[in-house]
Structure formats: C-alpha cells, structure tokens
Design a protein around this ligand. Structure first.
Ligand code: AMP
Ligand code: ZN
Length: 455
C-alpha cells in the first residue's frame, strides 16, 4: 500500500497526523488478518505547489526562502519532527519512505514514456499531460470537489497549455529556483503528481493494491496519478483507493488564518496523552469527518485512563496471566467482523468495551481471557495497552514467569515447590504473592518490609 506522505515544508498538523493514523490502522488490520503488508509512504520535498496550481510557487521553495534555509535541510528538519510525532502516536514505520528528490531519474523516465506515447507534450514552460488523450480523466474516483475547492476553483489561463486542465509533469526552472535538475527538456523540477506515480510504481509495481490520502487528494492529485500511470503502462494502476475525510476543529476547517492548525505538541501542552488523540481518531471512522473538540479530547483522555486502570487492576489480579479464548468467543468475533466491515473502528472499540467489562469482573479466568482479547485487539488499536498494564505493575519477565510457575505448582499440589518459589519471589524480586479464592494475587512490598522479612 502507498500512502501519500507529508509535504515537509512545515510542521504536520493534527489533520495530517490523523490521516496517517488511519493508514496505520489499515496496515495493522491487514496484518492482524494475516496479510503481509508492504507499506510505502513518500516524503514530498519538491514539487507541491500552493493550491495545486501549476503556475504557483513550490511550497518548499517559499518556506526555504522564508526561513533562509537550504530546502533539503528544511525537509530534513520537518521530516524528523514528523517521525517523532508518528512514534508518539504509535504509528508504525512504513517499509520504505522514499524522498521525491531522490527519485528525479524515475520521474524523468516516466515523463519520457508519456511523451513517446503521445500523452504529453513539451511547451515553453515545461512538459504537460494532454488530458484529451486519456478518456475519463477526472471522473474515475467519483470525486465531489470539497466546498473550499469549488469556491476557490480557478483555472489559470496559461497559453502554453493546449487545454486549460492539462497538468504539469515537469516545470521549467525559474531563474531563482533553489531546487532544479537537468532533464531532456532543460533545467526544471517535477510536478507533484508524477512523483507519487514514479515512487509508488518503483516500490510496488505498475499495479498495486491500496493507495491512500486525504479527501483533498481525490482531485486533482489522484485523478492525475491515475491518468499518467495508466497512460504510461496501459495497465490498471491501483485496485483500491482510500480517502480519509478531513479532521475539522470545533466544526470548522483548519486554516492558518483562523489559528486552528493545531500540532501534536499543542495537544500535549494542554495535558493530553498523544494516544488519547489516537483513541479519538479510532472513535470516528475514516468515512466521516472527525470533529476535533476539547470536549471530545477530554472524553478520549478519560476513556484511555479508564481502560488503563481496568487493565492494570485485572493484570494484577491475574498475576499478568492471559488466556486465549475460543475463536468463536462473542467479543472476539464482534471485533474481527467490525474491522472486516470497512475498518469500522468505532464498532471495534465497542467490542473492546465489552472485553473491558469482562476484565472488571471478579472471576480470574474471565479476566485472563479479557486481557488476552484486549492485548490482541491492541495489535490494531495501537494504544500500548499491554505496556500501560506492565509499566504500572513493574513485573519483570522473570518474576512473571515465577508467579505462573508457582501457581501451576500449587494447582498440581506441589506445595514444596510453590513455597520455594514464594520465598524466591519475595527475596529476589520483592513480590509478595497471596492465594485468594480468586486465585493468585501479588503485590510489591516496600524495601524495609522486605529486609525485615529476610531477617
Ligand atoms: P500535505 O503535507 O499537505 O501533503 O498533507 C499530508 C496528508 O494529510 C495528505 O494525505 C492530506 O490529504 C492529509 N490532510 C491534510 N489536511 C487534513 C485534514 N484536515 N484531515 C485529514 N487529513 C488531512
Ligand atoms: Zn501523492
């Protein structure tokens, strides 16, 4: 799968990050169901123009001049920051993260193929794709242009284009362009759309399974990618397109002018756990817009904390033991069918709530199964549920093994062994085990008590 990646001219805001959480959930879902996923996400460090208008300036160019930095340094800084944010959100690393500036030869080659086939032409200010050579151009994804685009829709009259909707594959360099390369058509820089076609096909082949992006990419970005890729190869480009509906803030689109293009660091400053934002995202589902509100974040934060508390308590009660329930166990089936239903994460969270209810009961065997389910579900949710349980309880791998071994010995009636392990746990690990009617419980004892115990 190929995810359209960030344009690294600035910080990625929570809307951008939201789209990568969705992509991550898609990847994790396939892996959960046993598929092997090759995930590619590009880094756009050249070519993305303002408002996707061919004649407008490159976003990297503007930012580099504003910050008086080399474009590649600027790209490196924001890419690094982006990766830090991804990790805070438990977004797994793609297998390949290709940079556009490392793939200029592949783009030139693809443009040449289009010229050779008569789908493109060389003009005074660059190379353009001739949309009249690709029947159905702009209609493949059933894109309803977003309102903002409709309002701002404008086709610049460019006398170099044969048709006003022809789009740039290569743009001739302007004298002070910071990023420019040699090409058969003179010095210049690539169009944004050709980057994604060239990089996705290089790493995934001429036809691949899934291509994703935000809803703004339906048109022009992805329609252009389809036209140029299929015109060049004569093959179907992508089997499934996925577009995330936008994250909005308190019911409004994000705009620098409103000052609501929040960053993850802002959310953290407000006192939220980044994973509460991930939980908020999971509660939305990618097919409808996510409304980001402070009230929604408050609710997500307390939900996460409640989950952690319940899990930590259950974990203590079972001594960290989990037991896999039968495959047809109701909650488990509910979870898998929710995900299989177009990645219905809100429904999957509802299944997790049922598992949490079981985790909160008094019956240890039930709790063990509930924990197993929650940790299994977390392979898709990515909320570090297992870590939060283990961190709170600080039970080492070794101690956990001894607790289980002792419990097995006790069940088998080998009291000599269970007593020996009880002493070992207390003296070597500071863990006091107790046998209750619900099974084995353990607690950490304070160092002074421990010393006393040893005497
Ligand atoms: P960009 O850095 O502008 O190229 O955007 C990176 C990714 O974020 C693209 O897939 C966009 O479609 C997506 N995106 C931008 N704004 C939002 C938003 N408000 N909500 C969700 N995704 C967004
Ligand atoms: Zn793209």
């Amino acid at each position: 799968m190929y995810n359209c990646g960030p344009t690294v001219y600035d910080w990625q805001h929570i809307g951008n990050l939201y789209s990568y959480i969705v992509a991550d959930v898609v990847r994790r879902t396939f892996e959960y169901f046993g598929f092997e996923v090759k995930q590619v996400m590009n880094i756009t460090d050249v070519g993305h123009t303002v408002d996707d208008v061919d004649e407008a300036e490159d976003k990297m160019e503007i930012a580099a001049k504003r910050e008086r930095k080399d474009p590649l340094d600027l790209a490196a800084t924001y890419t690094k920051q982006f990766i830090v944010d991804r990790h805070k959100l438990n977004i797994l690393d793609p297998e390949v993260m290709p940079k556009a500036t490392d793939h200029i030869p592949q783009m030139i080659e693809l443009i040449q193929r289009l010229l050779d086939k008569g789908n493109a032409y060389v003009a005074a200010d660059g190379v353009y794709f001739d949309i009249t050579t690709f029947p159905g151009y702009g209609t493949r994804l059933n894109a309803e242009p977003p309102d903002e685009r409709k309002a701002g829709a404008r086709v610049e009259v460019n006398a170099n284009k044969r048709h006003p909707f022809d789009f740039a594959l290569w743009r001739a360099a302007k004298p002070n362009d910071l990023q420019q390369w040699d090409s058969p058509w003179g010095r210049g820089n690539p169009g944004w759309h050709i980057e994604c076609s060239a990089m996705s096909m290089k790493y995934l082949g001429e036809t691949f399974d899934i291509h994703s992006g935000g809803e703004d990419h339906l048109f022009p970005h992805h329609e252009c990618e389809i036209a140029q890729s299929e015109a060049a190869t004569g093959k179907r480009f992508v089997d499934y397109w996925m577009h995330v509906r936008f994250l909005r803030v308190e019911g409004q689109g994000m705009h620098k002018s409103i000052g609501n293009t929040y960053l993850l660091s802002q959310i953290e400053e407000w006192g939220y756990d980044p994973l509460a934002f991930r939980l908020l995202a999971l509660g939305s589902g990618y097919r409808k817009p996510l409304d980001f509100t402070r009230a929604g974040m408050d609710a997500a934060q307390s939900r996460l904390e409640r989950w952690r508390r319940t899990i930590a308590a259950a974990y203590t009660a079972t001594g960290g033991k989990t037991t896999e329930p039968e495959p047809d166990f109701g909650v488990r089936a509910g979870f898998t069918s929710a995900l299989a239903e177009d990645f219905n994460t809100p429904k999957a969270l509802a299944a997790a709530e049922m598992a949490l209810e079981l985790a909160g009961t008094d019956d240890v065997a039930t709790r063990e199964r509930a924990l197993w389910l929650l940790f299994d579900m977390d392979r898709v949710f990515g909320l570090s549920l297992q870590e939060s349980a283990a961190t709170k309880e600080e039970l080492t791998e070794e101690a956990r093994r001894l607790v289980h071994e002792r419990e097995d010995a006790r069940r088998a009636g080998d009291y000599a062994k269970s007593d020996r392990l009880r002493v070992e746990l207390l003296e070597r690990h500071g863990i006091q085990v107790k046998d209750t009617k619900d099974g084995t419980r353990w607690e950490r004892v304070a160092p002074r008590e421990r010393d006393h115990g040893r005497v």
